[in-house]
Write a protein that binds this ligand. Structure first.
Ligand SMILES: [Zn+2]
Length: 72
């Protein structure tokens, strides 16, 4: 319990946010479109890939959904 609280405070990222980011990525790969909606800002998250493709970011307008993947 203590560990969980600590983690949440440090990163301020909820489990839901992580799951939504994962879902966004999966949807884009499988369907080519995003139907995930952020529960806070009601907007679709965006997927941004850096020009060389070394990083993939999933973010939404309000910042509730945020996930960065480093592709090595
Ligand atoms: Zn949002």
């Amino acid at each position: 319990m203590n560990k969980q609280v600590e983690k949440k405070t440090v990163y301020n990222i909820s489990q839901e946010s992580i799951l939504l980011a994962k879902k966004t990525r999966t949807e884009l790969m499988e369907k080519g479109q995003i139907t995930v909606i952020c529960p806070k800002c009601q907007e679709h998250p965006e997927i941004i890939t850096t020009p060389r493709g070394e990083r993939t970011m999933v973010t939404c307008k309000c910042g509730y959904i945020i996930s960065v993947d480093i592709n090595l």
